[in-house]
Design a binder for this molecule. Structure first.
Ligand SMILES: [Zn+2]
Length: 467
């Protein structure tokens, strides 16, 4: 199948090009000022539209066990929702069980995704246990295309690893070229503060945020960067949420250290007050790190503008309010940590970043697609509109009006963190490796992909973090 997309403006991280684009099979075959209609099997008119490389969400948790329950989107519903929002690649997380091989975890997560995913997917490996065999395990994973590992400095007793383990893992990536992704919060100290709060009867939802102060995020970011410098390996801080933590990344980058960080729409657009909503609704905003006081928000936007932050991902990890969040009704520590977001990332960052004049359209594409592709070993197959790249293409209507709501979204979750928010700019058509998976007809987006059509992506080590 050859698809010709005519009269659109192609937006890449470096420039805009008014051109026609022809796909052939799964690839972008030709980009030229004018391509005749008879070169293609079907023609899409993109007059007035922008074309982006498909969005890459480098941080999602589909079908993930947490605190006795499981995130409510599986790989079918979650990737379908992603496609509706213009995301054509996700990188999810497999979790190594303590005392088990990483390969077992990879097998488990392959099974979760296979036959379900509607767009392409890769995996990071969450390392929970690193015996001597673990280091070889890491090389084994890199051979399988798992070119990044996530380590936790939080959640003691569950996911947290100590500094020695972090240092060993980083030293291994210095050799095998994988990228360490760090959940940076000082989990040990947070635990002490949490236990004190509980002992004082402070069990309301707001204490989730008050017991995890930004100082402890900044401390962990600082430590992660110091360890990575010692190991001579780059490091990538996931879901950075505060000015304090951002300052640590900026200082390191100013010294030329290869430290990278992502933030998420919720940290750019929402603040701690959300957790004080009545009737336990604050639980809809319980995730880790927590939302911060308002003054952090403009600092994070600044970080995106000045490349102190390089990526916007979602940390999509939905739990339904009615039957999952409620587990923590009487005790904030029992609220499943996570929120939905995979569908709304492009809408929110386009509206609040580009429309407001904070970000250029090129920087927007860089943040949501190009840089995640580079850092995580997918570039130039993904993350760019270029001849020879995968035909993952978003035809974007910059003037389309959309109201974000649980009534309009496709994520399998009974609330939206952005309920009733209006955005200008939305997906019109989405192609994933040449197939139209979402198309808008008479103002309504319709899905036309199939479960199982998404492919596992073997990612290359020594991505953009190593240059
Ligand atoms: Zn996460």
């Amino acid at each position: 199948m050859k698809t010709l997309i005519k009269n659109g403006v192609l937006v890449n991280a470096d420039k805009n090009t008014k051109a026609d684009l022809l796909t052939d099979g799964e690839k972008i075959h030709q980009i030229a000022p004018s391509i005749p209609d008879n070169a293609a099997d079907r023609v899409l008119d993109a007059t007035g539209m922008l074309l982006f490389p498909g969005g890459i969400d480098a941080h999602t948790h589909m079908d993930m066990p947490f605190g006795g329950t499981t995130s409510s989107d599986d790989f079918e519903t979650g990737t379908r929702a992603a496609a509706f929002g213009g995301t054509t690649t996700i990188i999810d997380f497999a979790i190594q069980g303590k005392g088990t091989k990483m390969r077992d975890a990879l097998d488990t997560w392959w099974k979760k995704a296979e036959g379900r995913a509607v767009i392409d997917y890769g995996f990071h490996m969450i390392v929970t246990d690193l015996g001597e065999a673990g280091l070889e395990d890491m090389d084994d994973m890199v051979d399988e295309g798992v070119a990044s590992f996530k380590l936790f400095m939080a959640y003691p007793g569950v996911l947290m690893v100590d500094d020695a383990t972090i240092f060993k893992a980083m030293s291994q990536t210095a050799k095998n070229g994988a990228l360490i992704c760090m959940h940076a919060e000082n989990g040990g100290v947070i635990d002490v503060i949490v236990q004190r709060a509980l002992a004082e009867g402070k069990k309301a939802t707001i204490y989730h945020a008050l017991t995890r102060p930004a100082t402890l995020e900044a401390e962990a970011v600082n430590r992660a960067i110091a360890l990575s410098e010692m190991a001579q390996a780059p490091v990538y801080i996931v879901h950075l949420s505060s000015e304090d933590a951002l300052n640590k990344v900026r200082e390191a980058r100013d010294r030329g250290v290869p430290a990278f960080a992502e933030t998420c729409p919720q940290y750019l657009l929402l603040s701690i007050e959300e957790l004080e909503r009545p009737d336990f609704e604050g639980a809809k905003y319980v995730f880790t790190p927590p939302l911060r006081p308002k003054h952090h928000l403009p600092k994070l936007w600044d970080g995106l503008v000045h490349d102190h932050l390089q990526v916007v991902s979602t940390d999509h990890c939905p739990f339904c309010f009615e039957d999952q969040k409620v587990l923590g009704k009487d005790d904030f520590t029992k609220i499943p940590n996570g929120g939905p977001g995979v569908e709304n990332r492009l809408q929110l960052i386009h509206h609040h970043g580009v429309n407001s004049g904070k970000l250029t359209i090129n920087r927007f594409v860089e943040l949501v697609s190009t840089t995640p592709a580079r850092l995580f070993g997918l570039y130039p197959r993904k993350g760019v509109l270029a001849e020879g790249s995968d035909a993952d293409i978003v035809i974007w209507d910059p003037k389309a009006q959309h109201r974000i709501s649980k009534h309009t979204h496709h994520m399998r979750v009974d609330y939206s963190m952005f309920e009733g928010w209006d955005v200008t700019g939305n997906v019109r058509t989405v192609l994933s490796r040449g197939d139209i998976v979402v198309d808008t007809k008479e103002g309504k987006a319709e899905f036309s992909g199939n479960p199982g059509r998404g492919s596992y992506l073997k990612r290359a080590a020594r991505g953009g973090a190593w240059k």
